[in-house]
Design a protein around this ligand. Sequence first.
Ligand code: DAH
Length: 339
Amino acid sequence: MIEQISGLREDAEKEIRLAQNKSELNAVRVKYLGKAGLLTQVLRGMREVSPEMRPKIGALVNEVRDSLEALFKEEESKFENLEMQQELSKSAIDITEPSKNSQRGALHPLSRVYETLIDTCVGLGFQVVDGPEVELDYYNFEALNVPKNHPARDMQDTFFVSDNILLRSQTSSVQARIMQKLKPPFKIISPGRVYRNDSDSTHSPVFHQLEGLVIDENVSMADLKAMLTALMRKTFGEETQIRFRPSFFPFTEPSVEVDVTCPICHGSGCRICKGTGFMELLGAGIVNPKVLEMGGIDSKKYRGFAFGFGVDRVAMVKDGIGDIRSMFRNDIRFLKQMK
Ligand code: DAH
């Protein structure tokens, strides 16, 4: 009987090694260890074994069963590993392949324009500063040479919070604040939101400006023109020309309106520029000495130039946006068109 068991063990081990896959292996397991398996059948023959031999045979059968089980497990895990490897190599993922339905976000047209303008100015040596949107009347008007009840206030239909507090109507308010803070010479730009009581296709109650201020000992209109030419060329293209027209702002003297050649028709005249070939884009000038003095700057020693313009306008021209208000409605269909 002992020989029979050893024979079974050898056969089983051979067959286990020969099995090619999990189901063949399982068949071998059933054949030897199953309920009606060969090893089980051996145990049935125990009746004929002498009582002294029984424990020996029993122990042997148990040992053989355990060692065969261990062998089965070992082989089984080999097959499992192999299967997993095959599965993985079949479903290999190429992480560099662009997906079919990838949804790419895009910057808002305003953010894009701001980015170009700010980058260019920083390249020209400007420092970027910020100011509050809820502002004192003093900084928005009085310190800019617009006293209370002055008719120049009518140019900007302002939202007042109280007698002395308002929603800033222009980023020029930052000029007065920064003069109190920085020692000249300095060059700053200040981007940000401004508010006026206006609403139609070219006016929104909230819109965006970029203010610039340069204070130094010998600045002139020529510096202003060179600087603005560089900025406008970066924004609208290298062929862009600018022109100055005399104008009036209480905080600059002399003051100019700055036009750029129409970015759509490049100066030949079209519907967008109403046939003039130019677009009115910004206000600028030499800082009024009164403003310097109010800001605590010695106007005998220092001079300055300043400029300010509507950034929404630039985005509208660049992207052909017909209604300024569409930029603030957050309609995803509009934003998708602007990618
Ligand atoms: N703040 C003016 C406006 O909103 C624009 C402006 C004009 C700004 C002349 C300036 C400037 O700095 O010098 O209409």
